[in-house]
Design a binder for this molecule. Structure first.
Ligand code: PLP
Length: 335
């Protein structure tokens, strides 16, 4: 968790009488900070921002259900947003700006009973440190099946599904591709090649960029971010097909600052707000607003072999809990 405190009003900002917003943010911290700063500049509403991974955010929102300290949960993988909706931790809202969104973003809203909406999408794949693998004479992977081969022993980093939404999407993807028992057999074999399970989904790709590990299972847009920062990073999506996220946003039930929460929600759906992900945060997800362009160099989801991810099933609270518990029992350990 990264606590980022209040975003100060600039001298030209509107009066502070606009109130405050408590934001839990589950995208990368650079984007979280840019969202907070720009929203304050545009509206005069102060933002107290806390950054947490998707699984961690869900756990905190659950723990605070009787006395919520968050008004809006911005970003993070879609499955835990659906679980929060089902658990009545979030509230329905229909934004006048939702008509401008891609169908997949509106589908998330419908699926959640109006409690979560899509703000971006991104696909799971492999992050590869090309220099490190070349130095070790290791051929990069093309398929899920490659990752369990002996040549990747100790070379792979992934995240822990209890704290990371990314890691949960990986498990749900493998279950959908292989069937559940096969997928857990695969995850146990993969474990032999994993050097560590990171707390957040963004940790492994940063370890790849720094040359600490040759390979990660990550959202491929994050690999492009590292490459753009000058690191020897490439990405690939598995030949068997892969899963994806509908990064989402929800308003918390019992939000103390409901007017400000709705204002942020409306703002976050606009094209200028969505462009910030790339322009201020260097992020390369596919934005959900149809007028926000795909950032240059971003993975084009229409060219990736995506599975027909069953968001309704894998976003169900009990299913999510069951799969994570099975993973903890059979594969890894708690973070
Ligand atoms: N950062 C980026 C760029 C993402 O696309 C996502 C997924 O929504 C996350 C962070 C979420 O990370 P975590 O796996 O820690 O929940």
């Amino acid at each position: 968790m990264v606590l980022c405190g209040a975003v100060a009003l600039g001298p030209a900002a509107p009066a502070a009488a606009q109130g405050a917003l408590n934001l839990t943010c589950s995208v990368q911290v650079e984007w979280c900070q840019a969202a907070a700063t720009n929203f304050t500049r545009d509206t005069g509403i102060r933002v107290n921002m806390t950054q947490r991974g998707s699984g961690e955010a869900l756990a905190a929102i659950r723990a605070e259900a009787q006395n919520p300290r968050t008004d809006v949960w911005f970003g993070g993988t879609g499955d835990p947003h659906l679980a929060a909706a089902e658990e009545n931790l979030t509230q329905a809202y229909e934004s006048p700006n939702s008509a401008a969104l891609q169908p997949w973003a509106q589908a998330q809203w419908q699926q959640s009973g109006g409690r979560a909406i899509g703000i971006y999408a991104g696909a799971i794949g492999f992050g590869i440190n090309t220099e490190l693998l070349a130095r070790k004479g290791i051929t990069p992977p093309a398929c899920w099946a490659d990752l369990t081969e002996a040549r990747f022993a100790g070379e792979i980093q992934v995240a822990n599904p209890a704290s990371s939404g990314t890691a949960y999407v990986v498990i749900a993807t493998l279950v959908q591709l292989m069937g559940e028992d096969e997928a857990f057999g695969y995850l146990r074999r993969l474990h032999a090649n994993v050097n560590s399970y990171a707390r957040s989904g963004t940790g492994p790709i940063k370890a790849v960029a720094r040359g600490e590990t040759g390979l990660s299972i990550s959202f491929v847009h994050d690999a492009v971010t590292e490459r753009n920062a000058g690191f020897p990073v490439a990405w690939a999506t598995p030949c068997e097909g892969t899963g994806y996220e509908i990064g989402s946003m929800s308003i918390i039930r019992g939000a103390r600052n409901l007017a400000q929460a709705r204002r942020f929600y409306d703002w976050a759906l606009t094209a200028p707000a969505q462009r910030l992900g790339f322009e201020a945060g260097g992020q390369l997800q596919t934005p959900s607003n149809r007028d926000a362009p795909l950032p240059p160099g971003a993975p084009d989801l229409t060219k990736i072999r995506l599975i027909d991810y069953d968001f309704a099933r894998y976003g169900r609270s009990a299913e999510r809990r069951r799969l994570i518990e099975r993973w903890e029992r059979e594969v890894g350990a708690r973070p």
